[in-house]
Design a protein around this ligand. Structure first.
Ligand code: SF4
Length: 298
């Protein structure tokens, strides 16, 4: 069997070059690359389409520490994925181009999104999250295994505040700020359709706040505290426009799910609330079966 260069099974330890056959790769060899914060701003604002914006996100090299880390992880790999090629690039926004619900996360996982090329895909957190999205009628399948697996979001889009996997899952404030234009510009383009922004964790809650201000939302003088189920209804710019609901949700990290701080029922309550506020109604009850065990290795 032949394997396309750049495909998940080709065995190379190099990050996937853009446009070489990786499923769902939005970029090509001609996609412009940002090498510093100023270029991130310029390329984000200047992207002619949402597709070109995510393509530019997926080749960005503006944060030297994160570029080194994501590529080092792709070279060394975890033993359970030793024969797999890693994506090793930034993880662009993914999902519906006109979403009622925007799901904001922190950053991709080193052996999850950084391996599979899709946000929240290929790790325990993603397994937990996608199972809930499926039960709540926002994803076609109960698991998201890797880019190109046929999974699809409905009415929802996922974005990360920082697009590269950071060491210890902790981006620096400078890295967060450098990456912010990718989030701001993506949010600006999907905001006309969005009714709810679900923030997975306090970092996402904080990171979205200045983006909302830049987009013209009327914000209270102080940012309300993050919490699971916390809600802030925000008035939009422009006459006659419906408000946006900012909705807090504990992050489905392994630490939170193993300790029971976040349960499947808690996630389902959040996404059902997001559906209800967005006018999407209740999900198909046939999907409300008990959650299946997550399939990915730890
Ligand atoms: S974190 Fe964001 S700005 Fe930094 S290299 Fe990755 S995509 Fe670029």
């Amino acid at each position: 069997m032949t394997t396309t260069a750049g495909a998940p099974g080709d065995g190379s330890r190099a990050p996937v070059p853009p446009g070489t056959g990786w499923p769902e790769d939005p970029a090509t060899a001609a996609t412009p690359v940002a090498h510093d914060a100023a270029q991130v701003r310029e390329l984000a604002v200047g992207a002619p389409t949402l597709h070109e914006l995510v393509a530019r996100q997926s080749v960005c090299r503006a944060c030297p520490r994160l570029v080194d880390w994501r590529e080092e992880v792709a070279r060394v790999r975890r033993r359970s994925f030793a024969t797999e090629r890693y994506w090793g690039r930034p993880i662009p926004g993914w999902g519906d181009d006109e979403p009622e619900i925007v799901i904001v996360g922190l950053a991709p996982a080193a052996h999850g999104g950084n391996r599979t090329g899709r946000v929240f895909t290929g790790d325990r957190s993603g397994d937990f999250l996608f199972a809930s999205l499926y039960r709540c009628g926002l994803a076609d399948r109960p698991v998201s295994i890797t880019a190109g697996d046929g999974q699809r979001l409905r009415h929802a889009r996922m974005v990360a505040a920082v697009r590269c996997a950071p060491p210890a899952n902790k981006p620096t404030p400078a890295e967060r700020d450098t990456c912010a234009p990718w989030l701001a510009e993506e949010f600006r383009r999907i905001e006309p359709y969005a009714r709810v922004a679900v923030c997975l964790g306090g970092f996402a809650w904080q990171a979205l706040w200045p983006v909302l201000r830049q987009t013209g939302f009327v914000l209270p003088p102080r940012r309300p505290s993050f919490g699971h189920g916390a809600e802030v209804e925000l008035t939009r710019p422009g006459p006659g426009r419906k408000p946006l609901l900012m909705l807090g949700c504990y992050h489905p990290s392994q630490q939170n799910t193993f300790t029971g701080r976040v349960t499947p029922a808690m996630l389902d309550t959040i996404f059902r609330r997001a559906r209800q506020y967005s006018g999407l109604g209740d999900p198909d009850p046939a999907r409300s079966a008990p959650p299946v065990a997550p399939p990915s290795p730890a």
